[in-house]
Write a protein that binds this ligand. Structure first.
Ligand code: NCD
Length: 268
């Protein structure tokens, strides 16, 4: 059984296949409207989410499938003390694939070890967030036509951002720089600037804001990405800058997740 726990679970070729499929879906989404009829996704979310949860929901719905949404586990038997293992085994009886968001790094791996259906890690604590990485990579690929030989600067919560952890792993042949919130050094010239918020719920402290001085030295052809939600990192004045690609990035989340749901329910 195939699970997506870490971005390392996918080979370069598999990632490329997902891009090709995503591009087709993005161009003609309607063609896929019955692609996964009678297929059921369980959205099992132990942590808050807007984009990941909604885009998984919409992705399966646009493929003709259905969604069991447990996006507030407090209203499930988790509030009665049910373990992750028992919840995963239970949901495996009712659905064909599970998108799991959990509070603790390693939960997705544990779930994959007991699950009878594919587990897609939708973010596990400060561990990984491979589906976010795929949409980040897809957005980079759309712009540069490659995900190698690029200069990428990560800014923000390097330690606790699961989106950075997964993307960092995936960008193997790139020149990478890291600026955490306490690092005052100017940002180096890059193709991609990847900003994240400070994960206060995971004990991180501080905050930062991208300033005019930063944007003045960013190459015209560079792009600025952010997984969102944003706090103070990017002020709204930057939203209309052609380098601001974060709204396109979140839109790509839908098409990438449609491609993923097709790939992970092939042998259901
Ligand atoms: C991120 C997450 O949940 O890790 N959001 C998302 O999925 N788009 C980023 C964050 O919470 O900071």
């Amino acid at each position: 059984m195939k699970h997506l726990v870490s971005i390392d679970d996918l080979t370069k070729d598999e990632i490329h296949e997902i891009f090709v499929q995503t591009k087709k879906i993005k161009a003609f989404p309607f063609t896929y409207r019955l692609n996964r009829e009678h297929t059921i996704l369980s959205n099992l979310f132990y942590e808050p989410s807007t984009r990941t949860n909604s885009s998984f929901f919409t992705a399966m719905t646009k493929l003709g499938g259905k969604v069991l949404n447990i996006n507030n586990v407090n209203y499930s038997s988790v509030s009665k003390g049910e373990s992750l293992k028992d919840t995963i085994i239970t949901m495996g009886n009712y659905c064909d694939v599970i998108a799991l968001r959990s509070r603790t790094a390693g939960d997705a791996l544990k779930a994959s070890q007991v699950s009878t259906v594919p587990i897609i890690n939708a973010g596990d604590g400060n561990g990984e967030h491979p589906t976010q990485t795929l949409l980040d990579l897809y957005t980079i690929w759309e712009k540069f036509n490659r995900i190698e030989d690029l200069t990428v600067t990560f800014v923000g919560d390097i330690e606790n951002s699961r989106t950075i952890h997964s993307l960092d792993k995936a960008l193997t042949n790139c020149n990478k720089h890291y600026r955490d919130t306490y690092n005052e050094e100017p940002w180096p010239k890059s193709d991609v600037y990847y900003l994240t918020r400070v994960q206060k719920e995971r004990g991180s402290r501080g905050s930062y804001t991208m300033k005019k001085e930063h944007t003045n030295t960013m190459p015209e052809e560079s792009i600025v990405l952010h997984p969102f939600p944003r706090n103070y990192e990017i002020a709204e004045w930057f939203d209309t800058d052609p380098r601001a690609k974060y709204f396109e990035q979140m839109k790509n989340g839908l098409y990438v997740r449609m491609a993923l749901l097709i790939a992970y329910t092939q042998y259901k």
